[in-house]
Ligand binder design. Sequence first.
Ligand SMILES: *[C@@H]1O[C@H](CO)[C@@H](O)[C@H](O)[C@H]1NC(C)=O
Ligand SMILES: *[C@@H]1O[C@H](CO)[C@@H](O)[C@H](O)[C@H]1NC(C)=O
Length: 470
Amino acid sequence: MASSHEDAHFSDPTKSLLPNSSSSSPGPRTALIHTKSLILISSIVISSTSFVAAVAFAFLLLSSPTVLHLARPLSKLPRPTVILMSFDGFRFGYHLKAPTPNIRRLISNGTSAEDGLIPVFPSITFPNQYSIATGLFPPHHGIINNYFSDPVSGDRFFTTNNDPKWWLGEPLWQTVARHGLHAAAIFWAGCEVKKGSWTCPPKFCPKYNCFTFEERVDAALGFFDLPAENVPVLVMLYFQDPDSQGHVFGPDHPEITKAVARMDAVLGRLIAGLEQRNIFEDVTIILLGDHGMAGTCDEKYIFLEELFPWIHIGSDWVFSADTLLTIQPPPEISSQEALAKMRQGLSSGKVRNGDKLRVFLKEDLPESFHYAASERIPSIVGIVEEGYMVKYKREKQRYGCGGGHGYDHSLMSMRSFFVAHGPRLPQGKQIPSFQNVEVYNLVTAILKLDGAPNNGSSVFPSSILLQENP
Ligand SMILES: *[C@@H]1O[C@H](CO)[C@@H](O)[C@H](O)[C@H]1NC(C)=O
Ligand SMILES: *[C@@H]1O[C@H](CO)[C@@H](O)[C@H](O)[C@H]1NC(C)=O
């Protein structure tokens, strides 16, 4: 009976994305079997010996696993320490595309989000990297896109702009510095911006350059060789793959398989270095990505010029296109009117793929998008159907196939992954998916720091972290 139950479990299509639990560590499925065999053992025991003894025996077996529900004490490091690693564009499920022994090791001995990590809208790198760092939705942290303008000053933001006026909120490295502790950040969006107590010290905050991934990991490991009082309690590491390959080749190309294997090896290098220093079990590794990736292809395009019979959209009204359309009509044209005309055109049947683009006034977007409360967000936002792209004009060249992100953050294709491994994380546990604004409070809880106000839930950390030994 137990085995037929297991077969049913295996054939459940929603479970097929789960990591296999063939390793000896106690994964959720092993735990299930374990409980069932306990009941079986208990009932055999009940029929063959006295009831009291059976109860005592069952109690002994059932109660021993509770030992696992307490956090491991630190053995070498003086303080809780977190390494937060982000793999750009690591779509949920990519770890099943290649042998990924290191990611699987963290999953099987740590806690992971069962159906991936949900990005914030728009599912674009800078807004998401900075939401992970601050726990804030983009209107509140200010980085509402990779490129945008300030409607008041007319100034333009671009990703290498480190003027603190753009970067609102308190990112994790600043929270750590505010407590007089050291943080290190290698190429994380916003980390070179000097804010509050955070000065981006050169040895912990190198200027963006083309360091190899291995060099980044080695730099992080080197921090742990410093005198104890200088060791950072937080190390944030950013890697631009497999996003780079995803854009060029799409999410289902052998180049992705290769990139995923490479990223797993990068993680392996980090783990090996921590083990060599005898601190792997002390450090909390949080591995995640900023967003997923959807395949895009020629002919799945919407051209704004085809709307010109209804409304002549100026090219300078368009702040972003492709997977996220944002439009700010000039002051003499009302946004309502522009929107109404765009909708007429899109629903006329005369605009190619017109039904794949839904346009809204930003304040009328569904609330879960959290994409209105900033004047940096243009007044009209277009939600593009997964896999489609908006272009201003049809160019002569064909567009070929590739990948994109920026779509509705609730799409499965836009999800990334989340794995956490450390002294306070349950082993082999899967938790329901959650949005990346929760990560800030999780990190401050592990580090035992007072976080800044943010959009994560205050009870999230206690819902997943193990209690510490009193
Ligand atoms: C899993 O965690 C346990 C307890 O810390 C440890 O003894 C074991 O070696 C770990 N297994 C792996 C594969 O890391
Ligand atoms: C997000 O957090 C900011 C800063 O604490 C707050 O002003 C805003 O109201 C929050 N928004 C939501 C939707 O929770």
